[in-house]
Design a protein around this ligand. Structure first.
Ligand SMILES: [Zn+2]
Ligand SMILES: [Zn+2]
Length: 457
């Protein structure tokens, strides 16, 4: 049974911010549980559902609390300003106790602003949790957290329902400040109005900012046995991370291998150098190929998509543990998303250090220039590595014409051939047209003619 199949019967836990996403007027709160269960059933998930509603329960009408508790929705009292932080803390505890496959559903409008970064990193560390989301306001930008399903809260509440099994559930009212559970609404209500409780809210306030679970995670970990001798494949974007002036290109491979060895990685390394190779000096191409580095020609406009295609093809093909390394700036969001579904061990090198901690979770990161300096400073490592330098030479690929050559001279000839130039011209034209098209729609969408005319002097 695959992990995906196993998730279909896995536990479903729901964290619901009642203030952000209240039960809309006119909808019976008894529908909350059966609607959520119905929504999951439609997706093919059939595991047991636990729901916890977070909010300032002193403000919640009694009929609502009664409806929720009678349908097996647990209720937590927490002041509004601390809701996200407490929900997240509870999620983290739950993850500790419930290994994947399992389903996490979060009902909130704060996914993008509050949870996204940390949760996306957690998901890369431990894949196998399916994340679902419901909101009343659609987020204004794309999430990095890989969600399996997103619902509009009201729509979900009005959707299919299942007959609920609430009778068997033990409902609990929980006061977060006093760490107190009540079994009955009356006892809970009474507790919230006591002096003792009110004092606790003041002297033991809950955090208002989310406590990150991943911020303290370091970088450049030693290899785990699983990856110590596994394959390493490197995608190198030479536009972002070029060979520095005066640098001997033959040192690229031993530098990389030296850096990997320092962390305990000694598996076979394959490298593909993507760039506009009509601009790369012939001696560099010669040097790369002679050290077993594949060379792939792509122009600036298409290099990212060609690297991405190559990477996807590789990820689909590799079935054993392996390390992927990206040498490029600004690809982290895409990679962070991929890594949440299928996780490979990941290295990253960039031309300048990101100004904040990246959302992509890596096992090692390097500054490109300092990575290249490894072979110069660690001569002993270089000597050890040179034994492993691959005997075969690197291939030459044209990623515009999808053709390859084994000899450098033939490759250079290809890049100046009529056939290649016409293909390059086609791609440039197509990109130019697409850009114009996009601009046209952007203009029409943001400044439609009607508006433009009206506003015209
Ligand atoms: Zn209390
Ligand atoms: Zn070509």
């Amino acid at each position: 049974m695959s992990l995906n199949d196993a998730a279909k019967t896995g536990k479903i836990a729901v964290w619901w911010d009642m203030k952000e996403c209240p039960v809309p007027e006119g909808i019976d709160a008894h529908r909350v549980r059966p609607s959520i269960e119905g929504g999951f059933k439609e997706l093919g998930y059939s595991g047991p559902v636990s729901i916890t509603a977070y909010g300032d329960q002193k403000q919640t009408p009694e009929y609502l609390l009664r409806a929720l508790s009678s349908t097996g929705v647990a209720v937590v009292h927490v002041r509004s300003e601390s809701t996200c932080a407490v929900m997240y803390e509870h999620m983290m505890n739950w993850r500790e106790e419930n290994p994947p496959p399992a389903i996490m559903m979060i009902i909130t409008n704060q996914m993008l602003d509050v949870f996204d970064w940390d949760l996306a990193r957690l998901q890369q560390q431990r894949t196998g949790y399916h994340i679902c989301l419901a909101y009343t306001i659609r987020q204004r930008a794309e999430l990095i957290v890989d969600t399996r399903k997103e619902w509009l809260w009201e729509k979900l509440l009005l959707g299919t329902t299942t007959s609920t099994s609430a009778g068997e559930l033990s409902t609990v009212f929980h006061c977060e400040y006093c760490s107190l559970d009540c079994q009955s609404l009356n006892c809970f209500k009474e507790h919230l109005s006591t002096k003792k409780h009110q004092l606790q809210e003041v002297v033991r306030p809950k955090p208002t900012e989310l406590v990150s679970a991943t911020k303290r995670w370091g970088k450049n970990y030693a290899a785990t046995p699983e990856y110590a001798t596994a394959k390493i494949h490197v995608w190198w974007d030479m536009f972002d991370c070029p060979i520095p002036d005066g640098y001997d290109a033959r040192r690229v491979r031993p530098s990389l291998e030296g850096a990997f060895k320092e962390l305990g990685y000694s598996g076979p390394v394959s490298i593909t150098a993507f760039g506009d190779h009509t601009q790369t000096p012939k001696r560099h191409l010669q040097a790369l190929s002679s050290t077993g580095i594949d060379v792939a020609h792509a122009t600036l406009g298409v290099i990212s998509s060609r690297i991405f295609d190559d990477l996807m093809e590789w990820r689909g093909r590799i079935t054993t543990p392996a390390t992927m390394m990206i040498i490029s700036d600004g690809v982290e969001e895409l990679i962070a998303k991929l890594q949440q579904r299928i996780k490979f061990n990941l290295f990253w090198a960039y031309s300048c250090r990101p100004w904040t901690m990246s959302v992509v979770l890596t096992s090692a990161e390097w500054l490109w220039d300092s990575l290249l300096a490894v072979s110069a400073t660690k001569r002993h490592v270089l000597r050890n590595c040179s034994a492993s330098v691959v005997e075969s030479t690197g291939m030459f690929y044209c990623k515009l014409c999808y053709t390859k050559r084994t000899l450098l001279d033939k490759f250079i000839k290809h890049l100046s051939s009529k056939k290649h130039l016409s293909q390059e011209g086609c791609i440039t034209d197509r990109r130019r047209r697409a850009k114009k098209h996009r601009l046209f729609w952007l203009k029409e969408y943001h400044f439609p003619k009607s508006k433009r005319l009206k506003n015209a002097p």
